[in-house]
Design a protein around this ligand. Structure first.
Ligand code: GDP
Length: 138
């Protein structure tokens, strides 16, 4: 079990002005910020990040959405980080997310669902190094 996960505040949540509230909720839940940056992905970069979904029907929509506006990318630390963070953000489809989770509070639909959270320790490492060099993680 690793203590690192990777997250993005997605373009819908950034555009709707929820970044501050979401970061506050993450810190209040016991996560420490190890790295953070604000950036606007190109379609090519979003496609590379979501390469695992390339064959899925929603891939094109996902890439268009993730490159539609700026995001906040971060590396977070906590015991049991991957599982605890996925509990904090709630189900992929915000209509099915538990009350009080970030997606239930701030997301409107399965495609514009406010947050990304790594789904395994291995992917957390891959995703963190997609965005951050060793010099940028503290
Ligand atoms: P996650 O780990 O909860 O983010 O979910 P997945 O790894 O299954 O999917 C990655 C992302 O693809 C989700 O967060 C959504 O933004 C998007 N996505 C998943 N399913 C759908 C879908 O049916 N339609 C659309 N448009 N996007 C989807």
């Amino acid at each position: 079990m690793s203590n690192i996960t990777f997250t993005m505040v997605k373009p819908d949540a950034v555009g709707n002005g929820y970044t501050g509230k979401i970061i506050d909720q993450i810190i209040s839940a016991g996560f420490t910020i190890k790295a953070m940056k604000y950036l606007h992905l190109s379609a090519e970069q979003a496609g590379r990040f979501y390469d695992i979904h390339r064959e899925r029907s929603f891939f094109k929509d996902l890439v268009a959405f993730m490159s539609s506006g700026p995001i906040v990318a971060a590396v977070l630390e906590k015991d049991n980080a991957v599982a605890d963070f996925r509990t904090l953000i709630g189900a992929t489809d915000p209509q099915k997310a538990e009350a009080g989770t970030i997606r239930q509070l701030y997301a409107k639909s399965i495609d514009a669902n406010a947050m990304h959270g790594s789904d395994s320790d291995e992917n957390a490492k891959i995703e963190a190094s997609f965005f951050f060099s060793a010099l940028e993680i503290f």
